[in-house]
Design a protein around this ligand. Structure first.
Ligand SMILES: NC(=O)c1ccc[n+]([C@@H]2O[C@H](COP(=O)([O-])OP(=O)(O)OC[C@H]3O[C@@H](n4cnc5c(N)ncnc54)[C@H](O)[C@@H]3O)[C@@H](O)[C@H]2O)c1
Length: 334
């Protein structure tokens, strides 16, 4: 089988994509791109024999490239993804893979036109050993019926929207950018779909910064199974980056902590919980690329399927709409 020739655009977290690609024997990292020449030089220097490009079209339009990893700013993802697909390339794109529902529909259309092409996105919490272990426990029936699920994306990096590029984009959504991770996590863990959301939001933490959207959003969720839950996105918290997770099943309760998690199987205060000390987050940001490459080459399934990519962002579109309208919103899966 010939090697997949890969280009990476955007070299912040994209450096991790490049590292992952460089380690996959079935891939050849052929080009890295960043429009910031200083960053480009610094990162390209770590990958000898790899072409350094300042302009994304040099990768997107290169007919010898099979797969593009896109880790540019959020507002570039749609046009870069579409252009790559139109030129016959597979795409691994950072989250949020697009900003607006119409864009998601356009990408979907293009993928239907090109069933030979694959797309995935970096919903990386799925690779956390803590959550992989938890999912196995759920699948093995340890939780009984899950009836209540809560997750928060506690970003703890307010400056990313008050000072960085995120807050300077014409549209930036904390829900799309951060909430998508926990929307995916909840649906993946529970093997369920969120049907309806009811959200509120505020921007007190970033008040006066010029940031034009909510920095804090909380949504009540209704799942297809009948379970209910809550999803929070909190960019302003005075708390190191953390994913709160609480799952309540008829047989067990899971609470995530930083150094360990707790699995309770009894309401008796004298029965201690099981301590789960699996690594959290404990994951390399390029880890999902391995299974995606295998899927492209017909050697298995991508851990994050195309369906999953569209589903998690569809939930976020609904949460964003609900928070702004003040009304419950049914999730329309793109
Ligand atoms: N999955 C994750 O856990 C995770 C973590 C961090 C960031 N991200 C996502 O990755 C993307 C990048 O975020 P970041 O934190 O790495 O930002 P960053 O600012 O650290 O790096 C982005 C780099 O991309 C370059 N760039 C931006 N647009 C470009 C374009 N059109 N062409 C060429 N270069 C371009 C910038 O010059 C910059 O060097 C965002 O979409 C973000 O949401 C995902």
């Amino acid at each position: 089988m010939s090697k997949l020739r890969v280009g990476v655009i955007g070299l912040g977290v994209g450096e991790k994509h490049a590292e992952a690609i460089a380690r996959i024997p079935e891939c050849e990292l052929v080009a890295v791109c960043d429009r910031n020449p200083t960053i480009l030089a610094a990162i390209a220097g770590k990958f000898p024999d790899v072409a350094a490009r300042e302009c994304d079209t040099e990768i997107l339009d290169d007919p010898s490239i099979d797969l593009v990893c896109i880790a540019s700013y959020d507002d570039c993802h749609f046009s870069q993804t579409l252009r790559a697909l139109e030129r016959g390339k597979h795409v691994f794109v950072e989250k949020p893979f697009v900003l607006h529902e119409e864009e998601a529909k356009r990408v979907r259309e293009e993928l239907r036109r090109r069933p030979d092409l694959r797309l995935s996105s970096n919903l990386i919490l799925r690779r956390s050993p803590r959550f992989l272990d938890l999912r196995q426990r759920i699948l093995s029936g340890q939780f009984g019926t899950l009836y209540h699920l809560e997750a928060d994306y506690n970003y703890g990096r307010l400056e990313k929207i008050t000072e960085g590029w995120r807050g300077k984009l014409p549209f930036y959504s904390a829900v799309h950018g951060g909430g998508v991770h926990v929307a995916d996590l909840l649906m993946w863990l529970a093997n369920d779909r969120i049907l309806e959301v009811s959200a509120v939001g505020n921007a007190l933490a970033s008040q006066g910064s010029g940031f034009g959207n909510f920095d804090n959003v909380v949504a009540v969720l209704r799942f297809a199974s009948g379970a209910v839950g809550k999803l929070g996105v909190n960019f302003g918290c005075r708390l190191p980056h953390f994913h709160t997770l609480a799952l309540y099943g008829t047989k067990a309760t899971f609470l995530n902590g930083r150094d360990c998690a707790w699995l309770y199987t009894s309401a008796d205060p004298h029965v201690p919980p099981l301590i789960l000390d699996t690594a959290y987050p404990g994951v390399h940001k390029g880890a999902l690329i391995v299974s995606f490459v295998a899927a492209i080459q017909g050697r298995g399934e991508a851990e994050v399927s195309e369906e999953d990519v569209f589903a998690s962002l569809s939930v976020c579109f609904a949460i964003e709409r609900s928070a702004h309208s003040g009304l419950p919103v049914k999730v329309e899966y793109v």
